[in-house]
Design a protein around this ligand. Structure first.
Ligand code: BTN
Length: 277
């Protein structure tokens, strides 16, 4: 749908899908054919007084952003691109756990779209990438990413913007991404529906965000551990120093890595990748 002037039918159903689920997230819903970045729209909305739960969703972005300053490029109409404004007043230390929970919410929605047989192949790669394990079990490809940006008011978080990009309908990726990216359509037996995916993500956030913002990971920790792509894998950090075996996520959302000497490193931020041993 290159050059489209309207939203595709699966996205046009979003308002109905959200109404069917109920809940506070997704109201108001700003549906855009094209925008710079839905995260920028949400941040501007936050400054202008938009309420908790407001969502900006677009068919395409001209300046989509990923973590660590990377660009996030998605072909028109093929992805689920949205940002949700969460007005949670919590300690800044709760932002990393919140960011993990957002990855888990997307994982759960992707798992549901993949269906009973394939759903367990959907995993969270710390901190909040969503990946789908190959059927062989040897590797994975990224299906979704999450960009969390927060603003402080004094010593407290004033709001959090959660930006989510899911590869949904894409069948062919550019050469540089073909080995590392996948889409829901490529992994699922039945055609995906972006409205259902969005409604699922928001329903999970609705259930978990307040709890994690005010009481920490708690019960969510077990669900995260059950779908931790890195657990037991040899990893290295992007700092060229960290290397070891990933062995879980602590209650503050830090990745645990056992070094060769047995010491446990707690990684609070940055990225890790699988180490070729
Ligand atoms: C990553 O994996 O690096 C995070 C990617 C986040 C992309 C989404 S798409 C919707 C929202 N708007 C943006 O500009 N970025 C996020």
């Amino acid at each position: 749908m290159s050059g489209a002037s309207h939203v595709a039918t699966d996205l046009a159903r979003v308002a109905d899908a959200l109404r069917a689920r109920g809940g506070r997230l997704g109201e108001p819903l700003h549906m855009l054919v094209e925008t710079g970045s839905t995260n920028d729209d949400a941040k501007a909305g936050a400054r202008a007084g938009a309420p908790h739960g407001a969502v900006w969703i677009a068919e395409s972005q001209t300046r989509g952003r990923g973590r660590q300053g990377r660009a996030w490029v998605s072909p028109m109409g093929e992805s689920l691109l949205f940002s949700v404004l969460l007005r949670v007043s919590c300690a800044p230390a709760r932002v990393p756990p919140l960011s993990l929970v957002c990855g888990l919410a997307v994982r759960d929605a992707v798992a549901r779209a993949l269906g009973e047989r394939d759903g367990e192949r959907a995993l969270v790669k710390w901190p909040n990438d969503v990946v789908v394990r190959d059927r062989s079990g040897a590797g994975w490809r990224k299906v979704a990413g999450v960009l969390v940006e927060s603003a402080l008011a004094g010593a407290k978080v004033e709001h959090v913007v959660v930006g989510i990009g899911v590869n949904v309908h894409t069948r062919d990726f550019p050469e540089e991404l073909a080995a590392i990216a996948t889409s829901v359509a490529r992994e699922a037996a039945s055609p995906p529906d972006r409205a259902e995916l969005l409604a699922d993500v928001l329903a999970s956030l609705e259930r978990d965000v307040e709890q994690v913002a005010h009481r920490g990971l708690g019960a969510v920790h077990g669900r995260l551990a059950a779908h931790d792509a890195l657990a037991g894998r040899a990893v290295e950090g992007d700092d060229g120093v960290l290397a070891g075996t990933a062995c879980g996520i602590d209650p503050d959302g830090r990745l645990l890595v056992r070094r060769a000497d047995g010491a446990i490193a707690r990684v609070a931020s940055g990225e890790v990748r699988l180490r070729v041993t």
